[in-house]
Ligand binder design. Structure first.
Ligand SMILES: NC(=O)c1ccc[n+]([C@@H]2O[C@H](COP(=O)([O-])OP(=O)(O)OC[C@H]3O[C@@H](n4cnc5c(N)ncnc54)[C@H](OP(=O)(O)O)[C@@H]3O)[C@@H](O)[C@H]2O)c1
Length: 372
């Protein structure tokens, strides 16, 4: 069985590689051409995440790296190599993408939509009719802030919170249309926000909430923050638009990868099978504001709408505007289909303030936080 994976050096892809190596003797890593040695990045991750020494030693023989550029037709490969790759594959996991919520729509479309189109073309032309596992996102539910988002739903009538969501929506439309047109099964796995408590490390992909630490560090460098030990009452107040009753689904990335590989073991229905890969408990918005307060000496106040006049620090903390709307979300992602296939399960991991702090703490933020 020949299995290939795009995005293997990413936050999720690294964990998928670890899980897929439990199941398959070898994997073809479709690495990002010109972006650094995929094998050494995967090896470094395995070392940092405590993979067995025997597995690490086997990586050079069990992983074959083919460098591609998703954004180019035929993945930027020479014709003969593309043909060979297409004809040898039985399964393609498409996990690569651009996850920068605030990138311009054109760049996001190029990687997320055109990149997906190129992967589907590879699958369409393969002699062995490879099964496609597409990594989508639960956030194709768009700018609907309340209610329940079901696994079957895919529509744009609520609009989107940012261009990333739109590009992922368009990619999933493409995947489902392709499945109908070609009469081929596809598996779409939609995770919520992926998190970890593995501390950040240079050279490894960033945690999606890492931007909080970056903002704190740049504000501290610019002299915009008081000393860490400033008493509570002297900490500046930062107003952010959000709902104090809000909640967000944050899924431990290691558990997400495990669920995805279990789902992939199920026989596909023949159509597009869509699954929400989400945690069984949401995290309160107030935990996220407490996280900001833990890593920076500020007091966060959630307000109904973004203040017209903002202090410099408030503007700085809002430097990732694509994310801020999530502080107003109160919707839930239904995962009935996953539960009915895999049975009721729980990661057993409590995503709380300590868990989140561990995953994003750098030297400065860790001392600021007094974090573990
Ligand atoms: N992170 C989340 O919270 C989250 C939540 C829901 C869904 N997802 C989805 O999960 C998937 C993986 O996300 P992630 O968090 O792992 O992202 P990530 O850490 O940014 O990794 C992205 C991966 O895509 C590769 N890549 C980017 N552009 C490429 C190109 N032009 N050609 C070939 N490879 C390219 C990157 O390679 P290099 O590193 O070498 O550039 C990297 O391996 C994405 O589809 C994302 O939409 C993520």
């Amino acid at each position: 069985m020949r299995v290939a994976l795009t995005g293997a050096t990413g936050f999720l892809g690294l964990r998928l590689v670890r899980r897929l190596l439990d199941r398959y003797a070898s994997l073809t890593v479709l690495g990002h051409a010109g972006s650094g040695c995929a094998l050494s990045r995967i090896t470094r991750f395995m070392e940092l995440s405590g993979a067995p020494a025997a597995l690490i030693a086997e990586l050079p023989t069990r992983l074959r790296v083919v460098e591609i550029d998703l954004c180019r037709p035929e993945l930027g490969l020479p014709a003969a190599e593309y043909r060979r790759l297409a004809d040898e594959l039985d399964v393609i996991w498409h996990c690569a993408g651009n996850i920068n919520l605030d990138d311009d729509l054109g760049s996001l479309r190029l990687t997320n939509v055109e990149g997906t189109r190129h992967v589907l073309e590879l699958a369409a032309s393969g002699a062995r009719r490879p099964l496609v596992h597409h990594i989508g996102t639960a956030f194709v539910g768009g700018a609907r802030r309340e209610g329940v988002v079901y696994e079957d739903e895919l529509e744009d009538r609520h609009g989107f919170e940012n261009s990333y969501e739109r590009s992922k929506y368009e990619a999933e439309v493409l995947v489902r249309d392709w499945s109908r047109l070609h009469g081929r099964p596809v598996v779409v796995m939609r995770p919520s926000v992926l998190v970890t408590d593995l501390p950040p490390s240079p050279g490894l992909p960033q945690h999606p909430l890492q931007f909080l630490a970056r903002i704190v560090e740049s504000s501290a460098r610019g002299g915009g923050l008081p000393e860490r030990d400033v008493p509570e009452e002297r900490r500046p107040v930062v107003r952010l638009a959000g709902d104090p009753r809000g909640h967000l689904n944050l899924m431990p990335v290691e558990h997400a990868a495990a669920v995805m590989v279990r789902l992939a073991n199920r026989p596909p229905s023949g159509r597009a099978d869509v699954y929400h890969v989400v945690h069984d408990h949401d995290v309160a918005t107030t935990v996220l504001t407490a996280l900001v307060e833990r890593i920076a000496p500020v007091r966060v106040r959630l307000v109904r709408k973004r203040p017209d006049q903002r202090a410099r620090l408030e503007a700085a903390v809002d430097l990732y505007p694509g994310f801020t709307p999530y502080l107003s979300h109160r919707r839930r992602f239904d995962d009935t289909r996953v539960r009915s296939l895999l049975g009721p399960f729980s990661s057993g991991i409590r995503v709380d303030l300590d868990y989140l702090t561990a995953g994003i703490s750098t030297s400065r933020t860790a001392t600021t936080a007094g974090a573990p």
